[in-house]
Design a protein around this ligand. Structure first.
Ligand code: PLP
Length: 360
């Protein structure tokens, strides 16, 4: 089966097989990794290795902290506000789809609407959605940060260029972290819910520049406080140990297959083959302009939407599962994260080509 689910999503088969073997006896401890103390030297060694591997994979500079926190992607919607918008601070939110909009709603709830400005950066040109970021340097306002989502999982929109911003940039990379090379030094903070390219849901990865921690915070719960997380090596309270273990395994796997540079090449090829199929057959249509087509979440419609259920049923029977688009946008969505092999995309392309021929 090839699993095209948007998240929780397919994880590398080699990692899952190793996890299965180790489930009842991790690291010769005689118990599973879920059953040992997070303060044991064995578990601490695991966390150090995980951090060191992630630092290598993403080339994270030394003035950034790496945190393993609770609460997934949405947890960070509130954490960034709570940690940085004390003393009536203001923030700018760029909206390019459903998740960045959800981040705005959370920010407004916590900081008040007056403290959150918001700009829609998606236009529809000739029936296709595309992103145009305004020149942020021309905005004469003082923001604590600008928040955006470089890959909108639901909408299938990805922003490849970096923001030219006078304020620290905060990015929700839940669905494209580790999928391509990025320059971490351009960000004040990067966060990601783990359940796409990293591991089990519930865990979130936070990469935060040291100077950001000096910004005033709102009164907030201790478990979401970045300063406490830094001071306690992400163990202020009991961390999600199994999720952390699996993330560590995924980082090791990524290194063993050539790191982020190799992943990027594979992801470019996978996305190219799938979008080519969509563009070449009149049967399918993409609503996103080529320059903003996500490499991770390929959204498309059947030109005859009456065939949607048939498409999904036959795809499922062919072992191609979870292709239904998000309930908010409909249509189809093939999520092709790092763990999706090229063969999975080729199988989908063949299925789509045959389905189009049979139903034309
Ligand atoms: N941000 C993005 C880009 C997402 O794709 C998701 C979930 O899929 C979230 C945030 C929310 O993550 P969570 O469900 O872990 O809170």
């Amino acid at each position: 089966i090839f699993n095209f689910c948007a998240g929780p999503a397919m994880l590398p088969q080699a990692v899952m097989q190793k996890a299965q073997q180790e489930l009842l006896n991790w690291n010769d401890q005689g118990v599973s990794v879920m059953e040992i103390s997070h303060r044991s030297k064995e578990f601490i060694a695991l966390t150090q290795q995980a951090e060191s591997n992630l630092r290598q994979l993403m080339e994270i500079p030394d003035n950034y902290h790496v945190l393993f926190m609770h609460g997934g992607g949405r947890g960070q919607f509130s954490a960034v506000v709570n940690n940085f918008l004390g003393d009536n601070g203001k923030a700018l939110y760029l909206v390019d789809g459903s998740w960045s909009k959800a981040a705005v709603e959370e920010a407004e709830k916590l900081a008040g609407k007056d403290n959150i400005d918001c700009i829609n950066i998606v236009d529809t040109v000739a029936g296709k959605r595309q992103v145009s970021v305004p020149d942020l340097t021309k905005i004469d306002k003082d923001y604590r940060y600008v928040h955006y989502c470089p890959n909108e999982t639901v909408d299938g929109i990805e922003i490849f260029e970096s923001l030219n911003s006078p304020w620290p940039v905060i990015a929700d990379m839940s669905s494209n972290i580790l999928s391509r090379k990025i320059d971490v030094s351009q960000f004040g903070l990067i966060y990601a819910g783990a359940q796409k390219n990293i591991g089990p849901s519930g865990l979130s990865i936070v990469i935060v520049r040291e100077d950001m921690l000096a910004l005033p915070s709102l009164t907030q719960s201790s478990i979401m406080d970045y300063r406490l997380a830094v001071a306690n090596d992400s163990m202020y309270n009991t961390p999600p140990t199994f999720a952390w273990y699996l993330a560590a395994e995924v980082f090791s796997w990524l290194k063993s297959v050539g790191g982020v540079a190799e992943m990027e090449l594979r992801n470019i090829e996978k996305a190219k083959r799938l979008y080519q199929c969509i563009d070449q057959l009149d049967f399918y249509v993409s609503g996103v302009a080529p320059q903003n087509r996500s490499r991770m979440n390929v959204t498309f419609q059947l030109t005859n939407s009456e065939l949607d259920s048939k498409f999904l049923a036959e795809a499922q029977a062919a072992g191609l599962v979870a292709l239904k688009g998000h309930r908010m946008v409909g249509g189809m969505r093939a999520s092709i994260y790092n763990a999706m092999p090229l063969e999975g995309v080729d199988a989908l392309v063949k299925f789509m080509t045959d389905f189009a021929a049979k139903n034309a």
